[in-house]
Design a protein around this ligand. Structure first.
Ligand code: HEM
Length: 386
């Protein structure tokens, strides 16, 4: 593991860092007392994520369990079964490559142009802060919020989402949220979705909120879905972008990318593989089953260590070919495969275009990891063009 990446994991989530270190010598699937089953092998990981009969999100150990406590049974029911298929099908055309390109350009294009000009001028930029504002701009659009031209409200929006996600930090051993945390989470979700009722009433059917209305979803369910989108897409996207920038720099491969711009999609893929911003995916065992020769019992819990499964293929290398074993495991697999994958890839690519626009390599002048966050990330990553 690159030493900067190791530091991000240690500072961001010491428990996760220890788990990932301990799992270096772990078998493809094994059992850890008080935690549950750990899966480290990419092929077995996909087997678990594709087996929707034996593994669910809704029970203890799954993310649906937490969201159900926040937004009610209707919301919990959306993670599994027919309701989930219905939502995915209805939202599909809003998350295609084309839709992602339009969304990123509409919400981030002007910001990127200004950033490219500042960098070309020889000025320094904190790319971690920039990615938070950019993620905030994108999410504001999805939430129907109109926050104006300045950066600050978008950074604040990001911070609200980050606080909401961090409430889940203490839930690595259980996904049952205590009363105090529930009240705080409900307050934060209320702030994030302040504009949802108005947008729900008026938004066109080509927006997420308008689409929820057309589908007959209740306002509460729509608020829940909007919050889920805001959380799913912010920290992961910001983390993946800043870390890809740092990995390119630390490996010296930013110079190769400048010489061979056609490697940009590879750089995005490798950055997301090595960073794996969602390092663990939890599932509840819904029915007895066998994985990799081990017998898993209903009611147990599985943690798919995607970070380990992705990183065992080797260090960051933008000349590396697509890896058939891992595929896109950083976006999960199966029915819950990241809905925002195209948005995420486009965002990272857009940042790399901004950084390479002037044709000069960048230098990292200072950096600081974020502390106690759900998604390991940079708090600051100061960059200047050479
Ligand atoms: C680098 C950035 C991102 C990474 C690494 C990432 C990763 C993931 C992963 C691993 C899952 C599956 C979780 C599971 O199976 O339990 C997921 C689901 C999801 N992601 Fe992303 N994500 C990213 C960005 C985004 C963005 C930008 C959006 C929205 C604009 C988004 C929206 C979603 C949604 C809605 C789901 C739930 C899908 C479902 O349950 O059907 N993600 N993401």
């Amino acid at each position: 593991m690159n030493r900067h990446e190791a530091r991000l994991l240690r500072r961001g989530n010491p428990w996760l860092h220890a788990l990932l270190r301990a799992s270096r010598l772990a078998p493809p699937i094994g059992r850890l007392p008080r935690v549950g089953w750990l899966v480290t092998d990419p092929v077995l990981a996909r087997e678990v994520l594709n087996d929707h009969r034996s593994f669910s999100m809704g029970g203890e150990g799954g993310v649906g369990h937490m969201w159900g406590q926040l937004f009610g049974h209707e919301m919990a029911g959306l993670f599994d079964g027919a309701a989930h298929t219905e939502v995915r099908t209805a939202a599909r055309d809003l998350f295609t490559e084309q839709a992602a390109a339009e969304l990123v350009e509409r919400t981030q294009g002007a910001h990127h142009r200004a950033l490219a000009a500042r960098l070309a001028d020889g000025r320094e930029a904190d790319l971690a802060a920039e990615t938070r504002v950019l993620a905030g701009r994108l999410v504001a659009d999805l939430l129907g919020l109109e926050l104006g031209a300045e950066d600050a409200p978008y950074a604040e929006l990001f911070a609200t989402g980050e606080r909401l996600a961090s409430l889940a930090l203490g839930t690595t051993s259980s996904t049952e949220l205590p009363e105090g945390k529930l009240a705080e989470a409900a307050e934060l979700a209320g702030r994030l979705t302040a504009a949802v009722p108005a947008a729900y009433a008026e938004a066109g059917a080509d927006t997420i909120l308008g689409r929820c209305r057309e589908l007959g979803f209740s306002l509460d369910l729509t608020r829940g879905l909007a919050t889920l989108l805001a959380i799913a897409g912010t920290e992961t996207g910001a983390s993946g972008t800043a870390r890809t920038v740092a990995l390119l720099h630390d490996s010296g491969q930013h110079r190769l990318l400048l010489r061979e711009p056609s490697l940009l999609p590879n750089a995005v893929r490798e950055g997301l593989r090595v960073a794996t911003p969602a390092p663990v995916i939890g599932r509840h065992v819904a029915a007895d089953t066998t994985v990799g020769g081990r017998r898993l019992r209903a009611g147990e819990r599985v943690m798919v260590l995607t970070y380990r499964a992705n990183n065992d293929a080797g260090p960051f290398d933008i000349t590396r070919d697509y890896i058939p074993q891992t595929r896109q495991l950083w976006f999960g697999a199966g029915r819950h495969l990241c809905l925002g994958a195209a948005v995420a890839r486009t965002q990272v690519a857009r940042m790399l275009e901004t950084l390479t626009a002037a044709g000069r390599p960048w230098r990292i002048t200072a950096r600081e990891p974020a502390r106690r966050v759900l998604v390991p990330s940079y708090r600051s990553l100061r960059v200047r063009l050479e």
